[in-house]
Design a protein around this ligand. Structure first.
Ligand code: SP5
Ligand code: ZN
Length: 342
């Protein structure tokens, strides 16, 4: 399997994540990628290449133009306004306030374009986010040109980012851009399977009214897990998109046999629909030791999950999402890829 990776991810490394009322070293940190790279090398998966330059057209086609300008200019505006620290959203439009008037003040703009204040932005965030989506795009082109599969080792991750909001460590929704590119390169039906522990709220929102991209997400139930305000089972799509959004929320302590039933159900629905291409939002935070999650998957379970995904026999792009038990992130990620290839 070809692997696409760009070291520019390092440009995004905030000092701080707001967690439990304290600033801590972010869970989503550059070393996560090193663990994956080391494990790939250990397993002799060495077909690793750098991405082609980012193609902004598919990104602009999917996302809000004002949001993209915001991401590009936020750091300079923040500094110009005399802010001393990293960009953290302190004020957000809440119930009863205007949801559609964008302030001029950068502090107000940050809140408008952010849905989760745990996520800081820094000087290099925009460049890193572009390198991340560039890796996803290069993986997509490889598969569209005939490869069975490709793995984009994306960082920062993407699945929480919507058309106009960042949060959950995500800025540009890599998997969504890939799905839309599969449509443009000729696939009529594209499925996105999101196995990250957290609900892929951004991906759901981007395709909620569309019948050409099916979205399925296995995740911690919103009553108990970030992103808290989306991800219920009764969110099934709207308009033409009705029936094309599949949520599998699961409670704290969920073991693999329960999780696997949800996986099998989502796979059966994607296959029965007749998807022609598959995008996997590959988070490995469903692991039992993950520091911010509450499922109970073992490392071998990721191999089994990969095998089940592989049995769909679809052209597949994997986009790296979350996973924070850093030593195990490498093993679990590569287990999915090896299971897929068995
Ligand atoms: C891509 C991805 O996996 N994003 C996850 C974002 C999670 N944001 C909320 C984190 C809450 C962390 N709470 C820490 C409690 C530690 N005991
Ligand atoms: Zn996650």
């Amino acid at each position: 399997m070809k692997i696409i990776y760009c070291e520019d991810h390092r440009l995004h490394f905030p000092q701080a994540e707001l967690s439990g009322g304290q600033f801590v070293t972010p869970f989503e940190r550059p070393s996560r990628v090193e663990y994956v790279l080391n494990r790939l090398k250990e397993r002799k998966l060495t077909q690793i290449s750098a991405p082609d330059p980012v193609d902004m057209k598919p990104v602009q086609a999917l996302l809000d133009p004002g949001y993209l300008i915001f991401l590009e200019t936020a750091w300079d505006e923040w500094k110009a306004a005399g802010m001393e620290g990293e960009i953290i959203a302190a004020n957000v439009p809440a119930r009863g306030m205007h949801m559609d008037r964008i302030p001029d003040n950068i502090d107000g703009k940050v809140g408008y374009y952010c849905h989760a204040s745990e996520t800081a932005m820094t000087q290099g965030t925009w460049a890193a986010a572009l390198s991340s989506v560039a890796s996803a795009q290069t993986a997509q082109r490889l598969v569209a040109d005939g490869a069975d599969s490709a793995f984009a080792l994306c960082r920062p991750p993407g699945h929480h980012a919507t058309a106009d909001q960042y949060g959950g460590y995500c800025f540009i929704n890599n998997a969504a851009v890939v799905a839309d590119m599969f449509r443009a390169s000729g696939a009529e039906k594209v499925a996105i399977l999101d196995i990250d522990f957290h609900h892929g709220n951004g991906t759901q929102a981007l395709f909620y009214d569309r019948s050409d991209v099916m979205f399925a997400s296995l995740h911690g139930a919103p009553q108990d897990a970030y992103p808290y305000y989306l991800g219920y089972a009764d969110e099934t799509g709207v308009g033409a998109g009705e029936g094309f959004n599949l949520n599998y929320p699961m409670p704290p302590g969920t073991p693999y046999d329960v999780w696997r039933e949800a996986l099998d159900d989502s796979i059966a629905k994607i296959s029965a629909w007749g998807a022609e291409a598959l995008v996997v939002s590959l988070g490995v935070d469903a692991y039992k030791e993950d520091p911010i999650s509450f499922f109970k998957l073992e490392s071998d379970d990721f191999t089994d999950a990969g095998r089940r995904i592989g049995r769909m026999k679809l052209p597949t792009v994997f986009c790296m999402e979350g996973g924070y038990a850093v030593e195990a992130v490498g093993i679990n990620t590569v287990n999915v890829l090896e299971g897929f290839k068995d």
